[in-house]
Design a protein around this ligand. Structure first.
Ligand SMILES: Nc1ncnc2c1ncn2[C@@H]1O[C@H](COP(=O)(O)OP(=O)(O)OP(=O)(O)O)[C@@H](O)[C@H]1O
Ligand SMILES: [Mg+2]
Length: 375
């Protein structure tokens, strides 16, 4: 991204007619070229704040045309100007975290310092502006803190309920056997909710941790579906739902992790049971496909279809986020924590598959998982 030398020299000279002849041109100095190899965006300024060097990273993000221009035309940000002024007043360096909207949006750790490096006259030090884009790091920190806030919130609600029930059992309901029974049942439900939340969190972190290593066991999908179905059968019976299967008798085996795939199907079946009306059916099918967008080679598609309430279009892209529930209040009441589909997404990713959700409000939803047959 280095500009052709004659052009740089011309720009530089044209904008700095009084620059001393002996002064070095950083753009043509091999020592400065080393700065092309680092991740930071680096700008070097003359003492009059003219940009005399732009490293490759900065040229890509900020544009090489800033060479020879006053720095304040390049980064118009008062905080950044303040750093520059601190160094001009004598500080060896000054740094701050600054969010820039232009010329390149993002949050940067910006450090301004004076440097004599490559300045052969040694009279007027260069000013070096090094900018490191930390937007991703900040987003990750935000995610982590949202996650902790969500977990705390999810654990606090059942704990608050439990402590309320304990108080009632110790006080007003002390000698009331019926009330005691009722409260103990409620307490059991709340402890169950906490246990499920912790189990889901552990499952999620386990799958996330293994993301890089694709599973290699030979898997029969029929077995996975049978195991998952056994796990939700009781709940389906209680809710008066029939699970119907449409699976070819001969299916190729796939490479996978049996326990993770059982969890995946179990989560989809539990949702289908939870978010549909009593008396409706849940259809599970497996179909071989020769072409699936995003996957090379043949796939097996596992589809779980319910005839329930459906999901409005605007929610679809966020369904697999941790703790996301379409109806927060109802989801909580039904014992859901909003981690099920996050687990599904990670299991699918680990198997290098694709998840596809189609839904229509009032008609039902279909969750399709495409799994590659060959590794
Ligand atoms: N088959 C479905 N029909 C309608 N809405 C669904 C369906 N599956 C998921 N949803 C919506 O997506 C949200 C997220 O689902 P997810 O499985 O991640 O969480 P959950 O079921 O609320 O809790 P968990 O699975 O952790 O017990 C649900 O709260 C629900 O609003
Ligand atoms: Mg769920």
């Amino acid at each position: 991204m280095r500009l052709p030398k004659p052009l740089i020299a011309q720009t530089h000279v044209a904008l700095q007619p009084h620059a001393p002849q002996t002064r070095l041109d950083p753009m043509s100095d091999p020592r400065f070229a080393l700065l092309d190899e680092i991740h930071d965006l680096v700008l070097v300024l003359d003492p009059d704040r003219t940009v005399v060097f732009v490293n490759r990273g900065a040229a890509v993000r900020l544009g090489a045309m800033h060479l020879g221009r006053p720095f304040i035309h390049v980064i118009r940000n008062p905080q950044c100007l303040d750093l520059l002024e601190q160094v001009e007043r004598g500080a060896a360096s000054a740094a701050d975290t600054i969010t820039l909207r232009t010329p390149t949006p993002g949050t940067f750790r910006i450090r301004v310092s004076r440097s004599d490096a490559g300045n052969d006259t040694r009279e007027t030090p260069f000013i070096v502006v090094a900018m490191l884009d930390i937007s991703e790091q900040i987003a990750a920190e935000q995610m982590r803190s949202d996650f902790v806030a969500n977990v705390s919130h999810e654990l606090r609600s059942p704990l608050t309920a439990l402590s309320g029930f304990i108080e009632t059992l110790q006080g007003p309901a002390k000698d009331d056997a019926d009330a005691s029974d009722r409260f103990l049942t409620l307490m059991q439900a709340e402890t169950g909710r906490m246990t499920r939340l912790i189990a889901d969190l552990l499952n999620l972190s386990k799958v996330e941790g293994r993301q890089a290593a694709r599973p290699t066991d030979e898997i029969e999908l029929q077995r996975i579906l049978a195991r998952a179905c056994t796990l939700v059968q009781q709940r389906a019976d209680d809710a008066d739902k029939v699970i119907r299967f449409d699976i070819p008798s001969e299916l190729p085996s796939i490479r996978g992790d049996e326990d993770e795939l059982v969890q995946l199907v179990q989560n989809l079946l539990e949702n289908a049971v939870k978010y549909s009306a009593p008396g409706t059916a849940i259809d599970v099918s497996v179909t071989p496909d020769t072409r699936t967008p995003g996957i090379s080679g043949p796939t097996l598609t596992v589809a779980v279809r319910d005839h329930g309430e459906g999901i409005a279009r605007e929610h679809l892209p966020r369904l697999t986020e941790r703790f996301y529930r379409v109806d927060d209040h109802r989801g909580r009441k039904s014992g859901g924590t909003g981690l099920g589909l996050a687990i599904v997404k990670h299991v699918v990713q680990r198997h290098r598959g694709r998840l596809h959700i189609e839904s229509e409000v009032g008609k039902g939803s279909i969750f399709k998982v495409h799994l590659p047959i060959e590794g």
